[in-house]
Design a protein around this ligand. Structure first.
Ligand code: SF4
Length: 378
C-alpha cells in the first residue's frame, strides 16, 4: 500500500474514532481489572520504582511467564540499585543469561550507575530524566512512571497496540500508525487512575485480546469494539508482509588442549550478544567447507593452529533479524599463543568451570551436548 493511500485510510479512521465513548471504556476496563487483573510479583504495595523498572525492562520482548523466575532471582541477587551499580558486569550478564536481548542487562547496569551518580540512588520521577536512562524508551518510561508514581503517562507496547488496533479497526498495519496509536492511547488514559488503567490495558491484551483467538465474549470493550462488530478481530491488526529472515551458516570450534581444557572467548562489548562468552568460530564463506572455515576463523580470531576433528552438534537458532546454523566440531589445539584479536578476552576452562561464565542460549546447548558426550564416554 502506498504511503498516500495509508494516510487517506488513516484520516478516515481518525474520523470514525469520534464514536468511541472514552469514559465508558475507562469505567468498564477498570471494573474488569479489579475482578480479572493478573497478580504479578512487581505489582502491589511492596513494589518500588526500582522493582518496577527491572520488571519493565525484562518484559520488553519477553513474556511474563519467562520473566517471573528471572525477576525473582534478580531481586535476590541485586536487591537495590546500589547493589546493582556496584556489581561486576559479568555477574550482571550471568544473571541475565538465557533471557535474550543482552543489551537490556548491560543497560540496566549502566543505568544503575547513572542513578547512583546523578540522583543519589533514588529512581528519578520525571519523564525527561527517565528517558535519558540507557535502555528506556517512551513506552517503558510510561510503564514505570505510571506504575511507580501514578503519573498520567500513556504506554504503547505490543499488547496495547493490538488492543487499540482492534478496538478502532485500524485499517493499516500498526507500524504505519505509531503516532496515531500513541494519540489514541493518550486520549483513552484515565488521568484519575493512570496506574491501574495502563496495567489493565496490558492485562486485557495479554489475557483476553490475545494475538490468536481473542475471547471477545469476556471482553469489557466488546460493545464498543469496531473489530468485533465487523467480525474482523482475527484479521486485525493488519500485518506487513514478513520478509524471509537471512540465514548465516557458522563454523564453531570446541578447542581442547592436551589437559582437556576448552578455549572460550568473550565477545566485544558492543553489538549483538556483546560481553558474553562463546565458543570461537565464524561465518562459512562460499565454496568453503565447515572444516576449512573453522581452521581459518581460529587463525584469524585467535592466531592459533588447530586440527578440526569430529562433528559434535548442529544447531539452528533464530534472532530477530536473521537465523543461524551452528556447525560445531571438536578441535585439537596444535600450537601458537592464543590472542584476543577479535574479542575481549580468552580463557582455557574445564567443563566444570564453564558455568561461571555467561553464554548465549545457542552456546548453552553446545555445553549441554559436551556434557552428554562426556557422560557417554565415561
Ligand atoms: S472485543 Fe475482542 S477484539 Fe475487541 S478488544 Fe475485546 S477481545 Fe479485542
Amino acid at each position: 500500500m502506498s504511503d498516500r493511500r495509508s494516510s487517506l485510510k488513516l484520516t478516515d479512521w481518525e474520523t470514525r474514532l469520534s464514536v468511541l465513548a472514552e469514559s465508558e471504556l475507562r469505567r468498564s476496563l477498570l471494573a474488569w481489572y479489579r475482578q480479572q487483573g493478573r497478580t504479578l510479583p512487581w505489582r502491589g504495595e511492596s513494589s518500588d520504582a526500582y522493582k518496577i523498572w527491572i520488571s519493565e525492562i525484562m518484559l520488553q520482548q519477553t513474556q511474563v511467564k519467562t520473566v517471573i523466575p528471572y525477576y525473582q532471582r534478580w531481586l535476590k541477587r541485586f536487591p537495590t540499585v546500589e547493589v546493582l551499580a556496584a556489581a561486576d558486569g559479568q555477574t550482571v550478564l550471568k544473571a541475565w543469561e538465557g533471557l535474550g536481548y543482552y543489551a537490556r542487562g548491560r543497560n540496566l547496569h549502566k543505568a544503575a550507575q547513572q542513578i547512583l551518580e546523578r540522583y543519589e540512588g533514588k529512581f528519578p520521577d520525571s519523564l525527561e530524566a527517565v528517558l535519558k536512562l540507557p535502555g528506556v524508551g517512551r513506552t517503558t518510561a510510561g510503564g514505570i512512571l505510571s506504575a511507580a508514581f501514578n503519573q498520567p503517562i500513556s504506554i504503547l507496547d505490543g499488547n496495547v497496540k493490538r488492543v487499540l488496533a482492534r478496538l478502532s479497526a485500524l485499517p493499516i498495519p500498526t507500524a504505519k500508525a505509531t503516532n496515531a496509536l500513541w494519540s489514541l492511547s493518550d486520549r483513552l488514559l484515565d488521568r484519575a487512575n493512570p496506574r491501574d488503567f495502563n496495567q489493565a490495558i496490558m492485562d486485557l491484551g495479554a489475557t483476553v485480546c490475545t494475538p490468536k483467538n481473542p475471547t471477545c465474549l469476556l471482553c469489557p470493550w466488546q460493545q464498543q469494539c469496531q473489530a468485533y462488530s465487523q467480525g474482523l478481530q482475527s484479521q486485525l491488526p493488519m500485518k506487513e508482509k514478513a520478509k524471509p529472515l537471512p540465514h548465516k551458516n557458522i563454523g564453531v570450534a570446541v578447542i581442547r588442549n592436551e589437559r582437556g581444557h576448552i578455549l572460550i572467548d568473550r565477545r566485544l562489548d558492543e553489538g549483538l550478544l556483546g560481553g558474553l562468552w562463546e565458543f570461537p568460530g565464524g561465518k562459512i564463506e562460499e565454496n568453503e567447507t565447515v572444516e576449512e572455515c573453522i581452521k581459518r576463523e581460529i587463525l584469524e580470531e585467535l592466531g592459533i593452529e588447530i586440527e578440526v576433528r569430529e562433528h559434535l552438534i548442529t544447531l539452528d537458532h533464530a534472532y530477530t533479524h536473521f537465523r543461524i546454523t551452528l556447525n560445531v566440531h571438536y578441535c585439537r589445539y596444535l600450537g601458537g599463543e592464543p590472542q584476543a584479536i577479535e574479542c575481549q578476552e580468552i580463557r582455557w576452562v574445564t567443563l566444570d568451570e564453564i558455568d561461571q561464565f555467561p553464554f548465549p542460549k545457542a552456546n548453552i546447548r553446545i555445553i549441554e551436548a559436551l556434557r552428554e558426550q562426556n557422560l557417554k564416554s565415561i
